[in-house]
Design a protein around this ligand. Structure first.
Ligand code: ADP
Ligand code: MG
Length: 365
């Protein structure tokens, strides 16, 4: 028998390169003059692999929803590319655009406002079939809608009820059923549990995990809180002012964060164990998030950073694997956009792997 071949990484289903969305700022009523731009998304790169979940986390206003709308082709980027199965989808129109939209569906944040209160649950879940009639013959839609309700754990007999007759968690299940109707390959969930009670959040996340396995879905799962995405994400990207500042596997991000912003966010995540809470150092960032219409020069995080130095004001840090990390054989899949990402304690645990000849050995100590 041949030696087992290592399993190849799943193919990228979505590749995002240099994604930018600027909203022009104008003054004057009659003769509008462009006076600047809100840089909502300002250079975002990532890859989503088939079947994986990429968590995107960041404070309100950092550009998460704008990224979500761009991924779902609900808006066109100012610059950059989104490749879906290798094809650039940012310039599509007509039929081709419609076909792509069918395969990349959005689940919205607030199940209280995203469902039309005057439509029955059946009409809401079946609405995608009105936009894409080819997806299901008319005579089969009712059955498909009931099946979708069943799949998300709702009683199919509720098909004639209205949104207000459901709890928040049930309403988000309705939103998820609608997102699944066209059997998409990718679901972009924009803060799907942020409006829900903590006790209900876990149920909805568990449902989404089950559906992912059942239908082979790839997820972009957005949240403003690192603790929410931890369980569901394979990898996590942390956003600040329109950019990803750190990205890596969930273990890398939660156990070995190197970007000061991620470290600050992690220090604010609630810890149930009181002893661990005692031991933990809380990092309080200075000042407020700058306006996306006036992004600081160099590193955009520097105005709030406890490590900031002269270099940070003049040089934009690239999102890359820190040099220090590479030299110690750290994982290649952990990017940090910080000039001083190397300045931290070595990770606890076994000593870093060293080359037999001593080359590439740790230069720390
Ligand atoms: P998040 O989802 O992370 O809270 P958003 O993507 O909604 O962030 O917004 C990012 C920034 O872009 C915010 O400053 C917001 O006010 C601005 N913005 C979003 N959409 C528009 C728009 N259509 N026109 C102008 N500014 C916008
Ligand atoms: Mg948002």
């Amino acid at each position: 028998m041949a030696a087992p071949v290592p399993e190849p990484a799943p193919e990228p289903i979505l590749e995002v390169r240099g994604l930018v969305k600027h909203y022009p700022l104008t003054s004057g009523v009659l003769f509008k003059k462009r006076t600047g731009a809100v840089k909502a998304v300002d250079g975002v790169d990532f890859v989503l692999r088939r079947g994986e979940t990429l968590g995107i986390v960041g404070e309100s206003g950092c550009g998460k929803s704008t990224v979500a709308r761009l991924l779902c082709s609900l808006e066109r980027p100012t610059a950059g590319r989104i490749r879906y199965r290798g094809e650039d989808i940012t310039r599509l129109s007509g039929k081709a655009l419609k076909a792509v939209r069918r395969n990349i569906q959005m689940v919205f944040q607030d199940p209280y406002t995203s469902l039309n209160p005057r439509m029955t649950v059946g009409d809401i879940v079946g609405e995608p079939f009105e936009i894409h009639p080819e997806a299901a013959p008319k005579g089969d839609r009712r059955r498909r809608v009931k099946e979708l309700l069943d799949v998300v754990g709702l009683n199919p007999e509720y098909v004639n009820r209205y949104p207000h007759q459901f709890s928040g968690g049930q309403r988000q299940r309705i939103g998820i059923a609608r997102g699944l109707a066209l059997r998409p390959e990718i679901i972009v969930a924009d803060e799907p549990v942020s409006a829900l009670d903590v006790s209900v959040q876990a149920q909805v996340i568990n449902l989404m995990e089950r559906l992912q396995a059942e239908f082979g879905l790839s997820y972009v799962f957005i949240a403003h809180d690192l603790s929410v995405v931890r369980h569901i994400s394979d990898r996590v990207a942390v956003m600040y002012l329109g950019r990803i500042v750190e990205m890596g596997t969930d273990e890398e991000i939660y156990e070995h964060a190197t970007h000061p912003y991620t470290q600050a966010l992690l220090s604010a995540v609630p810890v149930p164990d009181p002893e661990a809470r005692e031991r933990r150092e809380r990092i309080v960032l200075s000042g407020d998030v700058p306006s996306p219409a006036a992004i600081p020069s160099g590193c955009r995080f520097r105005t709030r950073c406890f490590k900031a130095r002269q270099r940070c004001a003049v040089e934009v840090p690239a999102l890359a694997v820190p040099e220090w990390f590479r030299s110690e054989g750290g994982p290649a899949a952990h990017d940090s956009a910080c000039h001083f990402a190397a300045e931290r304690e070595p990770p606890p645990g076994p000593a870093p792997r060293r080359e037999p000849d001593g080359h590439g050995a740790a230069n720390a100590q």
